[in-house]
Ligand binder design. Structure first.
Ligand SMILES: *Cc1c(COP(=O)(O)O)cnc(C)c1O
Length: 462
C-alpha cells in the first residue's frame, strides 16, 4: 500500500537573492583561534567561524522589502519621515500610544530602569535576562526571580515554562510590601530558560494580581511574536487567532514594553520603548536626548528605522514565525536521534544543550558550558554561546559565583540565514563531540571583567 502523504512542510517562505560566502577552516586553525580567543566564543573573529549560531541578535537576513526601505532613509536630524512610519507600526501592532526609539534593547532597559526604580526597591521577573537584570541592579533594585520551578529543570516538559509563579510573587509582596516593588518585568519567551513561553492565562493572572496590589507590569517584548506563536499552537482558544491579534492581546496587559529590534524585527540594529503611561514617556523622551540622540532618531539612522518599520510587518506573518520555530525544532529532533541532552520542550529561537549532562564529569566551577561551546567550535567551526555560570555572573552582595541550575550551551538560529543542510553540519559535529566527551577537560577563568563577564572573560585549559 502506498504511504499516506501528509503535507506539513515548513519550508522557507522566501527564496535566496543575495549570498555571503563562508569558509570552512582546518581543525588546527580553529584550535589556534580558540586559544587566542581565551576559549570564549564571543572573542573569536567572525572570519574564523563557519556556521555562526552565537546569537540571533542583529544577525538576521533582511528582506528585499526592508532593503528597499533602507534606500528611503530620511536622514534629517529632527522629524525624519522614517520615525513616523516606525511609530505608526509600533502603535498598530503593539497597541500603545507613546514611543521612543533607541539604538538597541539595552538602551531602552537602561532608561526604563532609571525611570521606574528607586534605589532599595525590588524588581520581580520570570527568570532574568543578562542586560535587563544588570540595568535593574545598576538602578539600585534587587532582582527576584519568580518564574515557576519547572523552568529551572532542563527535562521538565511543561508547555509554558515561562510562566510566573503567583505564589512566589505573593510571597515577595508579603515580605517587602507592594510599594517596594518597582515593577514586574515579564519576558517571553524566556531566553535563559531555553526560549520558553508564558501562557496568556498566566499573563492574565499576573495582570489581575498587579492590578489588585497596584504594581506596575512591564514587558520585555523582544521575542514576543515567538511567544504569540506558542500561545497559538499550545493554548486553548487561540488556534484561530492571528499572530498579530495574539501579540496585541498580550501587550494590552502591560503599562509599557521595550524591544530589542535585533530579534523579532529582523534588522541588524535598533530598539525602542513604547507605553501608555504619558509621564513615563515624557521622562524617557527627555532622557533619550542625553544618552542616545534626539527623540525622533534615538541613536538610529533614518534608514534603520525604516527597516524596523517594515520588519514589524513581516514579523507577524505566520509562515515566517513558523518556519523559524520549525527550523529550531528540526535541529532538536535530529540531536535527539543521537541521545544528546538538551532543554525540553524545544524553545523558540535556540537549542540549549544541557552541559551538566553532556559533560557530567566536569564540575560547574570548571565551566562545563564554556568548555562545550569551545569544543564544538574546534570540531567544526560551529559557534554557540555559554549560558551557565559564566553568564550568571556574581552575586552583587556576596561576590560569589551565582551557580544557576541550568548550565547550557545555546545554539541560536539567526532568522532567514541558514539552511537545513547547515543544521545537519551542526548536528553531526555535536554528535561527534558527544562521542568523545569523556576526554574533554574543563577550564580556568584567567580574566574576569566586572560587568557581563561572559562577553569578555578569558579562560585557559585545565
Ligand atoms: C537581546 C535582548 C535584550 C537586549 O537587547 P540588545 O539589543 O542586545 O541591547 C533584552 N532582552 C532580551 C529578551 C533580549 O533577547
Amino acid at each position: 500500500m502506498a504511504k499516506k502523504i501528509i503535507k506539513k512542510s515548513w519550508a522557507e517562505p522566501f527564496k535566496i537573492k543575495v549570498v555571503e560566502p563562508i569558509k570552512l577552516t582546518t581543525r588546527e586553525h580553529r584550535e589556534k583561534a580558540a586559544k587566542e580567543a581565551g576559549y570564549n566564543t564571543f572573542l573569536l573573529k567572525s572570519e574564523d567561524v563557519y556556521i555562526d549560531l552565537l546569537t540571533d541578535s542583529g544577525t538576521n537576513a533582511m528582506s528585499d522589502y526592508q532593503w528597499a526601505g533602507m534606500m528611503l532613509g530620511d536622514e534629517a536630524y529632527a522629524g525624519s519621515k522614517n520615525f513616523y512610519s516606525l511609530w505608526n507600526n509600533v502603535k498598530k501592532y503593539y497597541g500603545m500610544p507613546y514611543f521612543v526609539p533607541t539604538h538597541q534593547g539595552r538602551a531602552a532597559e537602561h532608561m526604563i530602569s532609571k525611570i521606574l526604580i528607586k534605589p532599595g526597591q525590588y524588581v520581580a521577573g520570570n527568570m532574568y535576562f543578562t542586560t535587563t537584570r544588570l540595568h535593574q541592579e545598576l538602578a539600585g533594585a534587587t532582582f527576584v526571580d519568580v518564574i515557576i520551578d519547572e523552568a529551572h529543570e532542563a527535562t521538565n516538559e511543561h508547555p509554558f515554562k515561562g510562566n510566573i509563579d503567583l505564589k512566589k510573587l505573593d510571597k515577595l509582596v508579603q515580605e517587602v510590601g507592594a510599594k517596594k516593588i518597582a515593577y514586574i518585568s515579564m519576558a517571553g519567551p524566556v531566553n535563559m530558560a531555553g526560549g520558553q513561553p508564558f501562557s496568556m492565562k498566566n499573563l492574565q493572572e499576573v495582570y489581575d494580581y498587579c492590578k489588585t496590589h497596584k504594581i506596575k507590569l512591564w514587558f520585555d517584548a523582544t521575542r514576543a511574536t515567538e511567544n504569540a506563536y506558542f500561545i497559538k499552537e499550545k493554548e486553548k482558544g487561540y488556534k484561530d487567532k492571528t499572530i498579530a491579534e495574539i501579540l496585541k492581546e498580550m501587550c494590552s496587559y502591560f503599562e509599557g514594553l521595550w524591544v530589542s529590534a535585533k530579534k523579532d524585527l529582523m534588522v541588524n540594529i535598533g530598539g525602542f520603548l513604547t507605553t501608555r503611561n504619558k509621564k513615563v514617556f515624557e521622562e524617557a523622551r527627555n532622557m533619550v536626548v542625553v544618552y542616545e540622540g534626539l527623540h525622533t532618531y534615538g541613536g538610529l539612522a533614518g534608514r534603520d528605522m525604516e527597516a524596523m518599520a517594515r520588519g514589524i510587518e513581516e514579523m507577524v506573518e505566520y509562515d515566517n514565525v513558523r518556519m523559524r520555530i520549525k527550523q529550531v525544532e528540526y535541529c532538536g529532533n535530529e540531536l535527539a536521534k543521537f541521545g544528546i541532552p538538551f532543554v525540553k520542550p524545544i524553545g523558540g529561537h535556540a537549542i540549549f544543550l544541557d552541559a551538566k549532562r553532556f559533560l557530567n564529569h566536569i564540575p560547574q566551577n570548571q565551566f562545563p558550558a564554556q568548555t562545550l561551546a569551545t569544543e564544538i567550535y574546534v570540531d567544526s567551526g560551529v559557534r554557540g554561546m555559554e549560558r551557565g555560570v559564566v553568564s550568571a555572573g556574581r552575586d552583587p552582595k556576596t561576590g560569589d559565583h551565582r551557580y544557576p541550575k541550568l548550565e547550557l550551551v545555546r545554539l541560536t538560529f539567526p532568522r532567514r540565514v541558514y539552511t537545513q543542510a547547515h543544521i545537519d553540519v551542526a548536528v553531526e559535529s555535536i554528535a561527534s563531540v558527544y562521542d568523545e566527551r569523556k576526554k574533554i577537560k574543563g577550564l580556568n577563568m584567567i580574566y574576569e571583567p566586572k560587568y557581563l563577564r561572559f562577553f569578555q572573560g578569558r579562560f585557559e585549559k585545565k
